[in-house]
Design a protein around this ligand. Structure first.
Ligand SMILES: [Fe+2]
Ligand SMILES: [Fe+2]
Length: 304
C-alpha cells in the first residue's frame, strides 16, 4: 500500500500512472512503451499502445516545456533498455524471405486483396522499426534531443493508424491480417542498421518511406483498375501522410550530419550504397520535393 501511494504521488508529479497497457503499475516513459510494443505479439495491441504513447507524450508537452528549462526531460525517455533482436510477432502471417513470396496468382486471391495484405504488413513492420529506433538509439553519443523521439512517436502513431485502417479494410472484404503469407524484407534493413543511427534513418525514412511516395500513383491506379475504389482512397490518404515521415527523417538526418560535420547528401549516398545498393526508379519527384528531398539526394543512386 505504501508503495502504491508513493507511486501515485509520483504519478501526479510527473505524469506517471497506473496502467493496464504497459503491464500493471510500470512507469510510463518512452522506453517502457518501446519495449512493450516490441515484445507484444498481438498486432492490435502494438497499434493501440502506440496510439496511447502518442497521446501520452502530447499530454506531457506542457510539463516537458517547463522541465527543459530546468529539471531535464530524462524521465520522459526513461532508463535505457536492452534492444530486442526481433520484435515479437503473431503466429500468422507466415513470414517468408522476399524471394519466396508467392504471387497473388499463385495464392489465387485478387490483386487488390493481396496488395492490401502486403501493405498492412509493411505498416506493422514500420511500427516496430520506429520503436526499435527509439529503444536502440536511446544513448546515441550525439545526445538526440527529446524532439527527435517525439517525431518518431508521431511517425509510429501514423503507422499504427495506417495499419488499423488497412486491417479494417481487409475485414470489410472478409479477410484478415495473417490470412496470407508476408515477407521479412523490411526488418532486414532494421537488422543491418542496428548499430548505425545515420544508416537507420537513411534506409528507413529516406529510402523505404520515400519509395512509398514513388509507388503512390501506381498503387492508387492498381486499386482503381481492380474496381476497389474504397481501398484506392485509403491508400491515397496513407501515401499522402508518408510525406511527413520523409520530411522528419530528412530533418534528423541533416541534424546529425551537421553535428558530426558531415555533408548530408554524400553521407546519405554512402549509407544507401552500404545497406541498400541502388534505388529503383521511377521517382515521384514532386512528392519527394514536398518532403524537402531534392534530386541531388537520389539521382546518382538510381538503378539503371
Ligand atoms: Fe504508413
Ligand atoms: Fe511511414
Amino acid at each position: 500500500m505504501i508503495r502504491f501511494a508513493f507511486g501515485l504521488r509520483r504519478s501526479l508529479d510527473r505524469g506517471y500512472c497506473v496502467q493496464a497497457g504497459l503491464g500493471g503499475t510500470r512507469e510510463k516513459n518512452l522506453m517502457s512503451y518501446a519495449e512493450s510494443v516490441l515484445r507484444s505479439a498481438d498486432c492490435e495491441l502494438k497499434a493501440s499502445q502506440t496510439k496511447e504513447a502518442f497521446e501520452w507524450i502530447q499530454g506531457m508537452k506542457g510539463n516537458m516545456d517547463s522541465a527543459e528549462g530546468g529539471g531535464g526531460t530524462e524521465w520522459v525517455l526513461g532508463p535505457s533498455r536492452v534492444a530486442l533482436d526481433m520484435p515479437s510477432r503473431p503466429r500468422k502471417p507466415i513470414l517468408l524471405p522476399p524471394r519466396e513470396m508467392p504471387s497473388h496468382k499463385q495464392l489465387k486471391v485478387p490483386l487488390a486483396d493481396y496488395l492490401l495484405h502486403c501493405l498492412a504488413h509493411v505498416e506493422l513492420n514500420a511500427i516496430d522499426v520506429v520503436w526499435d529506433t527509439i529503444l536502440r538509439f536511446r544513448s546515441e553519443p550525439s545526445a538526440l534531443p527529446l524532439s527527435f523521439y517525439m517525431d518518431m512517436v508521431s511517425i509510429a502513431a501514423d503507422e499504427a493508424r495506417h495499419f488499423t485502417l488497412l486491417c479494417a479494410r481487409l475485414r470489410a472484404k472478409n479477410l484478415s491480417y495473417g490470412s496470407l503469407p508476408a515477407h521479412t524484407g523490411l526488418w532486414e534493413y532494421a537488422e543491418k542498421t542496428k548499430y548505425d543511427f545515420k544508416g537507420r534513418i537513411a534506409t528507413m525514412q529516406l529510402v523505404q518511406e520515400a519509395r512509398a511516395l514513388d509507388s503512390w500513383d501506381r498503387l492508387v491506379t492498381k486499386f482503381k483498375s481492380q474496381g476497389d475504389l474504397e481501398s484506392s482512397r485509403i491508400i491515397d490518404q496513407i501515401c499522402r501522410e508518408e510525406i511527413d515521415h520523409v520530411k522528419k527523417g530528412l530533418y534528423w538526418f541533416n541534424w546529425i550530419c551537421r553535428k558530426e560535420n558531415l555533408d548530408s547528401v554524400l553521407t546519405f549516398r554512402e549509407c544507401v550504397r552500404s545497406y541498400v545498393g541502388k534505388i529503383p526508379p521511377p521517382f515521384n519527384d514532386d512528392a519527394r520535393a514536398t518532403a524537402g528531398m531534392s534530386r541531388e539526394w537520389y539521382d546518382s543512386l538510381q538503378e539503371k
